[in-house]
Design a protein around this ligand. Structure first.
Ligand code: HEM
Length: 185
């Protein structure tokens, strides 16, 4: 595969991963406030949240593998697996690796929730509040496309929608009630 195709694929998969991750966060917040209508029951939100999260992992894998094998950056696997070890854009890539590990931790504890238990699952799930902004900063810090209006628009839409959803969530469900969510919530 030519290095140009790899580079465009890395960038495109990074943008898609960020948009999907944002949608996953929005659906998670929607599920947390227990929003539903007659035509959109809550289980649809939860199913969508879960399946979109799994889809995000696929695009993230494409983003990372193409970045690693692209001879232009010559990242190597260490850069993708050991935070802040990359010779190329050390800080920004390091943040991407941290976001990746946090996402994997959230996914593993969610898929294996019967083993980890609800309390551990919820504590790890809160890492999402760190993971998502770290992923945004990674993309904004290192992205070749960050200067383009369309990319700025995507970044602004992602940040604006999550901030609005957070305000909605906190206005509907106070933090003290988080501990009372039942095991199947
Ligand atoms: C949750 C994790 C991650 C998300 C959501 C994410 C998302 C993004 C986004 C949105 C961009 C900007 C793309 C553009 O401007 O067109 C980007 C750039 C980049 N990411 Fe990630 N990324 C993540 C993790 C990683 C990891 C672990 C690596 C390690 C190999 C990595 C490598 C890169 C590289 C090399 C770029 C630069 C591409 C460019 O200059 O345009 N990312 N990422």
């Amino acid at each position: 595969m030519s290095t140009t195709i790899l580079w465009y694929t890395t960038r495109a998969a990074g943008v898609v991963s960020l948009v999907l991750l944002t949608a996953v966060v929005l659906l998670g917040l929607t599920a947390a406030v227990r929003w539903q209508t007659a035509s959109w029951p809550r289980f649809l939100t939860i199913g969508f949240h879960r399946n979109l999260a799994l889809t995000t992992l696929v695009f993230l894998a494409i983003h990372i593998v193409t970045a690693v094998v692209d001879p232009f950056t010559a990242l190597g696997w260490n850069a993708a697996l050991i935070p802040f070890s990359s010779h190329y854009r050390t800080l920004w890539l390091g943040l991407g690796v941290v976001a990746m590990y946090l996402l994997v931790a959230v996914m593993v504890t969610s898929l294996l929730r019967p083993i980890f238990g609800v309390r551990s699952w919820r504590v790890v799930h809160w890492l999402t509040y760190a993971m998502w902004p770290i992923a945004v900063i990674h993309g904004f810090g290192t992205g070749t496309d960050r200067g383009f209006a369309w990319m700025l628009g995507i970044d602004a839409a992602c940040v604006g929608s999550v901030l609005a959803a957070l305000a909605w969530r906190w206005s509907r469900v106070p933090p003290t009630s988080w501990r009372q969510v039942p095991a199947n919530g």
